[in-house]
Design a protein around this ligand. Sequence first.
Ligand code: NA7
Length: 555
Amino acid sequence: MTAATQNAQSGVHPASPERYDVVVVGAGFAGLYALYWFREKLGLRVRVLEKGGDVGGTWYWNRYPGARCDSESVYYCFSDHMPPEILQEWTWSERYARQPEILAYLRWVADKLDLRRDIDLNTAVTAAHYDENANVWRIATANGRIVEAPYFVTAVGCLHAAHLPQFEGLERFQGRWYHTADWPEEGVDFTGRRVGVIGTGATAVQVIPEVAGVAEHVYVFQRTPNHCIPGRNRRLTPEEIAEIKRNYPKIWQKMRQNRGGFPFDPATRSALETPPEERRQVYERAWEKGGLAFTQECFNDLGLNEEANRTAVEFFAEKIREIVRDPNVADLLTPKYPFGTKRPPLEHGYYETFNRPNVTLVDVRTSPIVRITPRGIETADREYELDDIVFATGFDAMTGALFAIDIRGRGGVSLKEYWAEGPRTYLGLTTHGFPNMFIITGPQSPSVLTNMVVSIEQHVEWIGACIEYMREHGYDVIEATAEAEQSWVDHHNQVASMTLLLKTDSWWVGANIPGKQRLVYPYVGGLDVYRAFCDNVAATGYQGFRLQSRAAAHA
Ligand code: NA7
């Protein structure tokens, strides 16, 4: 065993560490952008440590059949803040790109910008400890390396730590089983097999039609249905691509000012104040258009007022009844909770799939899964014999991937302990007691409620400007004050309490993970409002932070 391995196993102690200015964990959209920005714009020595065998992050791991993005491809990519050829030379093929195309894009960006020379793949970070005396973050990897830097940036993804419910008997199952978030690279052939899919979230909504197309039979184990919006996917024409490329600067400006980071035109009218016939037409138009625009462009009171929201719930109920032939199945597929309090998936033939003779919907709300047997899944009612089980059961979102690393700040306090009652952050970017650590798209930032790439760029650029400011002013330690953190947590919770989000169990409120604190994790105030907050903090000399030079920090 090498000294470094010993160090990595016993915690984080100096051996002969490698030194950089910034260590970034993760090489998805966030890690790649951070590397590009910090290296090219700030001239920093950056090291990116990535657990996966390639760049891509979420798009490296989630390679299940049907995986594609719910944000439109032409807007779910790096912006005009990257060198112009990145936007101009890449051409998306479909309205919503499939996973292989997004992964190819990220690989292409990494090659084009020569990012790979500063990325270590197959390098899982196990611990990151702040050494107060040396003002460095000391980072240990599973393969025994110690890497040091004054700045530590997590780009670990909001949806990375897979959630596998603890069903009794899984180890005795004689068939094959997979979690969608850790799919075999070589793919899985379901031809002629009896497949059970557990879950009906955004992932399952993509997987189920694909598997149903080849399997002998698919049993869908549903606990809660979702409001699925038609994606209306299609090939993009050369003309529209050219038009979009011409207009990118304007489009990006619009997206940066939008509450969700999308080029949508938010509704200014109330559902309740709109006459029923007109209201219906608004919903119909949004349904026909397809996509997440439905969430912003219909009415402005759906997220705040239950009565207004009910009009959307009724509209979905009608649509599902129109598509799904069996009224009992249609009823089971119809959510009874407020629209938008769980993430509405985009669907590509999902509802139609339930008209197929080889698809059965199993309601595990009324008849829960009791155990996995050697032959399949046993519910309170009966046993389903299966060859394969697909767990589309989601993630320990937003905090899971952070807690998987033993992160310790001043005084050896662990992030997990510090956040035991729920995340405590200032701006969702930093946390008191963890100097010089920045979290990209962390809890209490808009993150998963937005077009992620737009949020990522905002975060990285803010962090970059902060580091630059510190260097210009001779500071090398920055830490959120406890007071600023408390006021952000209060503001975050206050805005969240104005919405309907806590009325429904969802991963947005941590309800999918047994024992997880039930509170709203992403910031719901909107990316536009959030950006203004962050800009103001920067413009006022990083109000709410304690900035020190190292000499002063030692005094
Ligand atoms: P989600 O949205 O968390 O969906 C997970 C699904 O698995 C959901 O339908 C859950 O039902 C179901 N689930 C989880 N545990 C169980 C148990 N124990 N029994 C039965 N069913 C269970 O994850 P996804 O991967 O689909 O999507 C995550 C995000 O990725 C998505 O929102 C997009 O932003 C991209 P529940 O609803 O909890 O009753």
